[in-house]
Design a protein around this ligand. Structure first.
Ligand code: PEP
Length: 253
């Protein structure tokens, strides 16, 4: 049995006060969902505050990106050991916004994945196709290429200590969600790709869906055989909505 996970990617949002309110509310509400791993990923500068706000509770803390290096002359970067020191257990790597806006290619994402694990973090590896790629019939090829770039660099066993998030780029922040069938088809192909190399890694790998997940569509998505929870952007900024999504992952709503 794979424990469901619901991860909130807060992106570049929040004042110190709004992040305080959000993290306290999520920490309080998440107490109800012992059977779901609830993760929040604030911007770097808020990580210390959020760690204090959720302390002693069940909510996990993650970052939205990580340096490929551990330390040195890399102005502006934050490394995995630094994130661990501030209470992070997870980090998102390869988010489509990083890939599209900041030039994170497959090799960079693989290097960040490895750096995350080297420093003691569990990477949440994002993969997903653009609308153009989907319309060209390349969805599976793109997702498998992104996944294999990491497997080739880190080895398939590295996925024992990682989470994959399938996030179709055309569904992120657009209000367009992949249908449960569309999402399941890609999740299944992710799992089959891994199973082709190591069946037991594939069996225990959590594959989250991300892309305009809301309380109203979460239940149907999470009911799919290969969908193990969600990576949530916009809806993670409202604690009540986010907690309803956690509730759906817990099978309660
Ligand atoms: C995301 O940022 O990873 C995401 C899925 O965003 P949204 O839920 O807003 O589509």
């Amino acid at each position: 049995m794979r424990t469901p996970m619901v991860a909130g990617n807060w992106k570049l949002n929040g004042t110190r006060e709004s992040v305080r309110e959000l993290s306290l509310a999520v920490a309080e509400g998440a107490k109800e969902f012992a059977d779901v791993d609830v993760l929040v990923c604030p911007v770097y500068v808020h990580i210390g505050d959020v760690a204090a706000n959720i302390e002693g509770g069940a909510v996990l803390l993650g970052a939205q990106d990580v340096a490929m290096q551990d330390e040195g002359a890399f102005t502006g970067e934050v490394s995995a050991p630094m994130l661990v020191e501030y209470g992070c257990t997870h980090v998102i790597v390869g988010h489509s916004e990083r890939r599209a806006l900041f030039g994170d290619d497959d090799a960079t994402v693989a290097a960040k994945f490895i750096a995350a694990q080297r420093g003691g973090l569990v990477p949440v590896l994002c993969v997903g196709e653009t609308l153009e790629e989907r319309e060209a019939g390349d969805t599976e090829a793109v997702v498998v290429r992104q996944l294999k770039a990491v497997i080739d660099a880190a080895g398939v066993q590295a996925l024992n200590n990682a989470v994959v998030a399938y996030e179709p780029v055309w569904a992120i922040g657009t209000g367009k969600t992949a249908s449960p069938e569309q999402a399941q088809a890609v999740h299944q192909s992710v799992r089959q790709t891994v199973a082709g190399i190591d069946a037991s890694v594939a069996q225990s790998l959590r594959v989250l869906y991300g892309g305009s997940v809301k309380a109203e569509n979460a239940r149907e998505l999470f009911a799919q055989a290969d969908i193990d929870g969600g990576l949530i952007g916009g809806a993670a900024l409202k604690s009540d909505e986010f907690l309803k999504i956690c509730s759906a992952a817990a099978g309660l709503e």
